[in-house]
Design a binder for this molecule. Sequence first.
Ligand code: SF4
Length: 385
Amino acid sequence: MIETKEKRREWKDQHRYNSFNSYKGLTWFESHYKPIAAWFKGEGKLPTPIELSLDPAHICNFKCGHCNAQRYLIINPEEVPRDKKIMTKEHLENLIDFCSDWGVRGVCIGGGGEPLMNKNVWELPSYIAKKGMKPSYATNGSLINEQIAEEMMNCRWVGVSLDSGTREVFDKVHGVDYFDKVVNNLKSLVKKKNETGSKIDIAYKFLIRPDNWQDLETACKLAKDIGVRDFHARPVDLERKDFESAMKLNYDIESIQELFYKCHQIEEGDKFRVFTIMHKYDPNFRVQHTFKKCASSSLMLQACADGNVYVCADHRIEERFKLCSHYPNPKEIADFWGSDKHRDLLKSINVDKECGRCTYGEYARQIEELAMNSNEEDCMCLGFP
Ligand code: SF4
C-alpha cells in the first residue's frame, strides 16, 4: 500500500529548488510583485517582464488533438502564407535586441506552432545568449539536426514533448509516425551535451491526456535510458474556453498517482530527476483559479508570429487579449507596457468567465495574497532572515 503523501509527491526533497516549484515566484517579490500591485492601484511603473515567450511560427508538422494553438495553426503548409505566420530573421533579431535593452532575462522559443519550422530561429539561441539573456526551446523534437543541436547547447533548457512512451501511443497523440525520429533526435541532443560539456537541462515532456496516461512509467524509463536529465509530467489543458473539441475528462486519478509513484522510483540522484506536477490543478486534475485578478501576466511578454503581443500564452491570437504590435517596430511594446490602456485591459478580465488554465496562476495567487490583499505592510518581516 503506497502512502497518499508518496503518491502526491511532485519531486524528491533534494530537488525541491527546481524550475517547476512555483515558490520561485517569491524571489520576484521586491522586483515585480510589489510594483505590479502598486501599478494596479495606479501608482508607479510596471516592471519589465522577466521572460519573452516567443512564437516564431504559427505552423506545425504534427496534428495533436490537444494542441493549444489549433485554432490558428497551419499544418504542413506547402507554401507559407505571407500573412505573418513566420517571423523574419531581421525582425527576430530586432525583437531580441529590444528585449535585451529593456531588461528581459529569458527567452522561450516555442509556440503556438513548432518553432523549428521557422529556420530563422535555428541560430537564435547563440544570438540571445550574446545579448545577455537565457534562451530555451519548447519543441516537438522532430526537426532537431546537428546544427540545431549545436545551437541548443547555448540554452538553459530544452523541453521535448513526447507525451508517450511507445510508438503506438505517440501516433495516437500526435497524429504522425515520428516516434523513432524524435527519440533518436533526443539521443543526439544528449550526446551533444556530453561532448560539449554544456550545462543545458534536457527534459522529456509528457502532457497527460485521458488516452495516454497508461504510458507514463514506460515513458519515464525510456527518458532515463535516453539519458535526459528530467522527466516532466502534468495534465494537458483540455478545459480551455477556446477549445471546442475538448476530450471528456475521465482521469483515473488513483492509478495515475500510482504511476507517478513508480516514476519517482526510477529517479537517480542528480542524474535523472522526475517532476510530476499537481499543485497547479485541483485534486481531479481540473483547472482551478485560486485568484481573481490577472496580475501575473505582466511577468511575461507573449509575442506571436502575427506581429502582435498578447496578454499571455493562454490567450494568443485573441483580439480581446491583444496588447499592441511588435512588428515592424518592437519599441511600440515599451510605449504600451504599463499604460492606462494596459491596466484597464487587465482589470477588465474576468478570470473565472474568460480563462481556463492559467500558466502563471500560482504567481497570480502569490501576488494577490502577498502584495495586493495583505493588510500587513511587511507580513514576511523581510528585514529579518
Ligand atoms: S489566463 Fe487569464 S488570468 Fe491568466 S494570465 Fe492569461 S488572461 Fe491573465
